[in-house]
Design a binder for this molecule. Structure first.
Ligand code: HEC
Ligand code: HEC
Ligand code: HEC
Ligand code: HEC
Length: 247
């Protein structure tokens, strides 16, 4: 068999595949015209990039998009997240003791499962789901068949005490900031074990916007000191406006 010149034989093919990958489309098969004019293309596994024969010098850079196709996760296995490289070690303040309705199975083991998105009128649950402005439903984050678990979008289980792994799927930069200490709050101790609050300590998972707060008046001035006079531009301070009811 004729030794393939991988580069020329697959140039048009690789261009088409590369474009398809760049656009996020499924890999294109070479058109008939391409196939007729080009030498036989190397055998391709679906989703894999063309591989140069061993006799060829390897390309100088790592080909893009040569990752193995993802394995379907086992839904019974809890998600394990190894953390970020160089992130300081931490543990998360548990949430389960704060959840009045946990364990969920106390009711849900006898309730029929209803996957239909709907207003939950007869439930002790959130009446609406402002989070994501209508793009999410309960069972995107809660395991339908075993309500005592949260879940990732690809179906892996997440413990209620590790709910930041659910949030981190869609709020990746925020989750990374949080792991490094730039977002969120440390529970105690500047020294010793780093224990930090989970996202849901501050954000309601179903309505995560932090509600606005009334600005507080400044602390009293120490005896013997005087507060500097306000310029007209600063005369109506937010806390004065709040106190007078004006906005
Ligand atoms: C006191 C009983 C009770 C507890 C405890 C409870 N639920 Fe429910 N839940 C209900 C009822 C009743 C419904 C059905 C409401 C309806 O159909 O309008 C429901 C419905 C739901 C639904 C909508 C999907 C479905 O299967 O109908 C979700 C999601 C849900 N519950 C999640 C939870 C989670 C998560 C917990 C634990 C953190 C929990 N529930 C604990 C009573 C309960
Ligand atoms: C974005 C993911 C997400 C969605 C969507 C979501 N939840 Fe939750 N839910 C959570 C997380 C995370 C917690 C844990 C909250 C905590 O730690 O305070 C939670 C907690 C709960 C609890 C326990 C609350 C308590 O105080 O005991 C119930 C009940 C519940 N969810 C029901 C629902 C229902 C019903 C829906 C749909 C209307 C829903 N959830 C949609 C993530 C979600
Ligand atoms: C499936 C994706 C997804 C998951 C999981 C998710 N979020 Fe969100 N989140 C969104 C989307 C979408 C928005 C809305 C952005 C917009 O308003 O356009 C949002 C908005 C927010 C906001 C801003 C709210 C506002 O109006 O200012 C906060 C805070 C937030 N999420 C926190 C969380 C927390 C905490 C969790 C974990 C319990 C979480 N998110 C899990 C998708 C997600
Ligand atoms: C100690 C409390 C605290 C913790 C813990 C916390 N946050 Fe926040 N988060 C805040 C505050 C306060 C804001 C600013 C809200 C504002 O500007 O209105 C905020 C803002 C955000 C926003 C942007 C909202 C917007 O309107 O732009 C997102 C998204 C968010 N947080 C996600 C997360 C996620 C994900 C986690 C966990 C990995 C987390 N937060 C942990 C307090 C917290």
């Amino acid at each position: 068999m004729r030794l393939l010149n991988w580069r020329t034989a697959t140039a048009s093919f690789a261009a088409a595949v590369g474009l398809a990958f760049a656009l996020g489309l499924p890999a294109l098969a070479p058109s008939d015209a391409d196939a007729a004019s080009a030498a036989p293309a190397p055998v391709m596994a679906p989703g894999a990039a063309p591989v140069a024969p061993a006799s060829e010098a390897a390309p100088t850079h790592r080909p893009l998009r040569d990752n193995l196709p993802p394995q379907a996760p086992n839904p019974q296995e809890p998600l394990i997240f190894g953390g970020y490289l160089d992130a300081p070690a931490f543990s998360v303040v548990p949430r389960k003791p704060h959840l009045g309705l946990y364990p969920c199975s106390q009711c849900h083991k006898v309730l029929p499962l209803n996957k239909q998105p709907r207003a939950l009128v007869a439930a002790p649950h959130v009446a609406s789901l402002p989070h994501g402005r209508g793009r999410m439903w309960c069972l995107d984050c809660h395991v339908a068949e075993d309500r005592d678990w949260l879940r990732t979008l690809d179906g892996r289980r997440v413990d209620f005490d590790q709910s930041q792994l659910v949030c981190g799927q869609c709020h990746g930069p925020r989750h990374r900031d949080w792991a490094f200490g730039a977002h969120g709050k440390r529970a105690a101790n500047w020294q010793g074990e780093r224990q930090i609050y989970a996202c849901t300590h501050c954000h309601d998972a179903h309505d995560p916007k932090i509600p606005p707060r009334e600005p507080a008046p400044p602390p009293p001035v120490r005896a013997g000191l005087e507060r500097p006079a306000l310029t007209p531009a600063h005369a109506a301070q937010p806390w004065q406006r709040a106190a007078s009811g004006a906005r």
